[in-house]
Design a protein around this ligand. Sequence first.
Ligand code: ARG
Length: 425
Amino acid sequence: MSGPAEIPTTRTASYEADPEHVHRVLLLYSGGLDTSVMLKWIQDAYHAEVVCLTVNLGQPGEDYEVIRGKAMALGALDCHVVDAREDFAGEYVARAIRANALYGGGYPLFTALGRPLIAKLAVDYARSSGCDTIAHGCTGKGNDQVRIEATVATLAPELKVIAPVRSWRMGREEEIAYAREHGIPIKTLPTQPGMEAAPYSIDDNLWGRSSEGRWIEDLAHAPEDDVFQLVTRPEQAPDEPETVELGFERGLPVSLNGARLGLVELIEATAEIAARHGVGIVDHIEDRIVGLKVRDIYEAPAAALILPAHQELEHLVCTIHQNQFKAQLDRQWAYLVYAGLWWEPLRADLDAYMDHVNTHVSGTIGLKLYKGHARVVTRASPNAVYDASLASFAESGGLFSQDASPGFIELWSLQSRMAWRLHNS
Ligand code: ARG
């Protein structure tokens, strides 16, 4: 490839930028190949200035000074690095915990929770650094474009969006050629220097890590070992089980094995223990917002302990009616957040309910971890709607009279008995 690919000129939506209005761009920059190529390409193709923003949501192993240095070397006007871990844990992950948030029965939404925060920060920094446009590196096939652009369009209607990866139609080979031509450093495989690492598509933060692409797209292909970068493979986990205790107050974890920790530290420490025991691997087929069905390999060790522990405690302190109802709201909450509608008022309405229910969710849950599994083994709460003497088989009296049971059964089954007789005679 020689000259920059052409800028598409047909605008398809009101919040997308017309090329002639793009003068200074806030680029969500990760330091990877796509966004590095974008950083150069936007300067070339739009003759625009680029300000970079890199957000730390607790993704392990990043060197933010190196990322910043790379952005500056590629001509960025500035590169802001923001540590948003506390905000992410306190305002996003905390709500997900109270809502027992799992999409499709297995995905704890870590990416979906991070995007509205990243996009909100992009809006803040775009405004404070005089940008007219926000650029991101999402493709046209994923959920992340929806989450980011819906956020920008909602919070900052005056800002426009460009998504070069979606519009430039450069394949990976062309991107690499463009990178070579423009002196953009490319990660190489340690085993084959000179060969660029053909990577999984990774996204990660404090709450989990996802891998897509390569053999993962072949549904018949069982996971290869090298995809697991966070969680020990269960067959290599310790031969001895380990029990951990999570303490909750008002629906949020506040202690691990008796030690009080802030949410960020608690998530990190919980993740480490779970990962050691091979807990938190999910091989997930997912219905994306844009219609596709895609496979993801998730590693979410902290969520694999905290979510079931929270749910167990909530079940213990709530009535059967609350438990049945909340499961429906939990599912709706997870779907809204998955589907990029964080700023939709229904999400805040649901959160008000979640918060109210969770005022009673305090206590301690013990989990036993062993070779890829975590199982709740102990529960304690001052708010448990539980009375050991009522629950035991032998006793009668107090709030429960066994003499009342036959009458209850007669009335409880009344309509079913009537219908049975009608349909079967
Ligand atoms: N399937 C997950 C989601 O839609 C994870 C996406 C990961 N994002 C990425 N750009 N690799 O939330």
